[in-house]
Write a protein that binds this ligand. Structure first.
Ligand SMILES: CC1=C(CCC(=O)O)c2cc3nc(cc4[nH]c(cc5[nH]c(cc1n2)c(C)c5CCC(=O)O)c(CCC(=O)O)c4C)C(CCC(=O)O)=C3C
Ligand SMILES: [Fe+2]
Length: 418
């Protein structure tokens, strides 16, 4: 169990507050950093979280996809944004981010590396499951992975999407694209696609951030002899999403407070990371990045750059930036954090470090394999590791989960219809 070395909140899945009686959602105080008490701990909710064991015959690694040359940039952006109402200026700006790196996003290479790491981990455990890789928005597409499955005679796929939290963009959109790909390829009657639970609070995903925050704080203190811990703020950064999507994130019947399940999951994980990193005494907040959409549409705030600008007035002289919402150092991390946010920090006289994403960290890779095996084995909910009281999350998304009110209904797999 290489993935579960998070001490008391790890392998046993027993977060300290788990026995607490949940309060009503409506009266939940919106304290930054607090786990919203309106959400009933998953382990107390029982059997609807888990499915019967299934003899899967392949893993489907489902990525976002990214361009791999200048000629790919515009067609890729069209794939991502069709029908989304994103202003042209924003698209030009984003195209420029890719152009700056030769039109190449590192994300496909990350997924090739992750696929190889998963294959090695599976082999070392004697698990004979091939890994097929397909993307939502660029070559190789999900359709290609399904064609590969068909050629090899695989009919029961368990998908790992490279996305940890609940929201339309980070969960349901993957599930809709699975349904589309089965329809496109005419394989809907032949191939079944299930999906591992959202893994935001799986110890394998959380461990790399714990190490990163611990190292980040140590580095700042080493490099700045006059710096005290009270002068440091940890900013947990994730992708902003439209507020309407955030409100619909997670199952419709659980209360999660401001920002829905999406924000609640990030706050809960951040709190665990601070505790496990031995940094309970250091200030932190959840911030958002990479906003798009028209200015008239509300998205989750504060933006990371605005938050950084306020730090000196709060008495901070150093910042640790944690890309908590992302699994690898892709364009959102390289541009919006390493380029923009670090520059903003410099402009405001702040020392700054950026923590690594999970990438192919051994705990993360082992954790993903554990997530597949819990579905193969039908592991009971009480035995599933989860470091927050919000999880372990559902194998099959609940009715109304992560709906999108902007784009209208599309059929999705691995969920219960509303
Ligand atoms: C929650 C979330 C994640 C995290 C979960 C996950 O990882 O899935 C994520 C990841 C990513 N987003 C990515 C790229 C883009 N996202 C865009 C647009 C959007 N993202 C959104 C949300 C998210 N996005 C939303 C609400 C939009 C508006 C359009 C809409 O309403 O759906 C656009 C259009 C231009 C722009 O507006 O920025 C691009 C190019 C890449 C690839 C990076 C690379 O190439 O290295 C990755 C990993
Ligand atoms: Fe995105």
């Amino acid at each position: 169990m290489a993935a579960t070395n998070l001490g008391s909140t790890g392998a046993e899945g027993a977060a300290p507050a788990r026995g607490r009686k949940p309060g009503p959602a409506a009266s939940a105080p919106c304290v930054p950093g607090a786990i919203v008490p309106g959400a009933t701990p998953a382990a107390q909710q029982g059997a609807e979280h888990v499915t019967e064991p299934v003899a899967y015959d392949a893993i489907l690694l489902a990525g976002f996809g990214g361009p791999e040359g200048q000629d790919d940039v515009i067609p890729f952006l069209r794939n991502v944004t069709s029908g989304r109402g994103i202003p042209d200026e924003r698209l030009e700006e984003v195209a420029h981010h890719y152009r700056h790196f030769g039109g190449v996003s590192p994300i496909n290479e990350h997924n090739r590396e992750l696929k190889a790491a998963l294959e090695a981990e599976l082999a070392s455990r004697g698990v004979e499951l091939p890994v097929l890789w397909g993307n939502r928005n660029w070559d190789p597409y999900l359709n290609d992975a399904l064609a590969e499955a068909k050629a090899a005679g695989h009919t029961k796929l368990i998908a790992i999407a490279t996305s940890a939290y609940s929201s339309y963009s980070s969960c349901r959109q993957y599930r809709e694209d699975f349904a589309d790909a089965l329809a496109d390829t005419g394989l809907g009657d032949v191939i079944q696609i299930d999906k591992v639970r959202q893994f935001f609070d799986h110890p394998g995903f959380v461990q790399p951030f714990v190490e990163g925050v611990r190292d980040g704080i140590a580095t700042l203190l080493e490099q700045n002899p006059d710096l005290e811990r009270s002068g440091i703020e940890v900013l947990f950064a994730t992708h902003s999403i439209p507020s309407t999507d955030a409100a619909k994130s997670g199952p419709a019947d659980r209360g999660f407070g401001e920002g829905g399940a999406y924000a609640a999951q990030h706050r809960a994980v951040a709190e665990v990371v601070m505790r496990e990193a031995g940094a309970d005494d250091v200030a932190w907040q959840l911030v958002y990045q990479s906003r798009s959409g028209p200015p008239s549409m509300p998205w989750l705030e504060p933006d990371i750059n605005d938050a950084i600008a306020e730090l000196p007035a709060a008495g901070r002289s150093a910042v640790v930036i944690v890309p908590l919402g992302f699994v690898s150092d892709h364009m959102e991390v390289l541009w919006d954090l390493d380029n923009e946010a670090l520059e903003t920090a410099g402009e405001h006289g702040l020392a700054a470090v950026r923590v690594p994403t999970p990438g192919t960290h051994p705990a993360y890779v082992a954790g993903l394999v554990d997530l597949v095996l819990e579905r193969v084995n039908g592991t009971p909910v009480a035995e599933r590791p989860a470091v927050t009281e919000l999880g372990p999350w559902y194998d099959v998304c609940r009715p109304g989960c992560c709906e999108n009110v902007r784009l209208g209904f599309r059929p999705a797999l691995a969920g219960i219809a509303p």
